[in-house]
Ligand binder design. Structure first.
Ligand code: SF4
Ligand code: SF4
Length: 109
């Protein structure tokens, strides 16, 4: 079991989640974050912290399409443990549908 970051995070990337994770298992892309499923201890602390409601347990149907991407990018993106600045237009993208095509494969910072 692990938690999974899903579409709502794209271009929002508020990063509130990274501050509360006890095992520092978030990884940062250019406009998205992922959770390493092999490091996540399934504590659930990050889920209610996400302003974009992007985090779900992998048992949730909303997580199904995103589990592979979390595993894949956790292997190539840098670890993030401190909250940085959210994108200036994060609030404009919050809750918008159909953001999957906007996901950047590039690593953050
Ligand atoms: S708090 Fe939510 S929107 Fe912000 S980076 Fe974490 S998963 Fe993405
Ligand atoms: S569920 Fe717990 S261990 Fe997993 S990413 Fe969230 S805060 Fe970290």
């Amino acid at each position: 079991m692990a938690y999974v970051v899903t579409e709502n995070c794209i271009k929002c990337k508020y990063q509130d989640c990274v501050e509360v994770c006890p095992v520092d298992c978030f990884y940062e892309g250019e406009n998205f974050l992922v959770i390493n499923p092999d490091e996540c201890i399934d504590c659930g602390v990050c889920e209610p912290e996400c302003p974009a409601e992007a985090i779900f347990p992998d048992s949730d149907p909303k997580a199904a399409a995103w589990t592979d991407a979390n595993r894949q990018y956790a292997g190539s993106w840098p670890n993030i443990t401190r909250k940085g600045d959210a994108p200036a237009d994060a609030d404009e993208w919050k809750g918008k549908p159909d953001k999957t095509k906007l996901l950047s494969p590039n690593p953050g910072r």
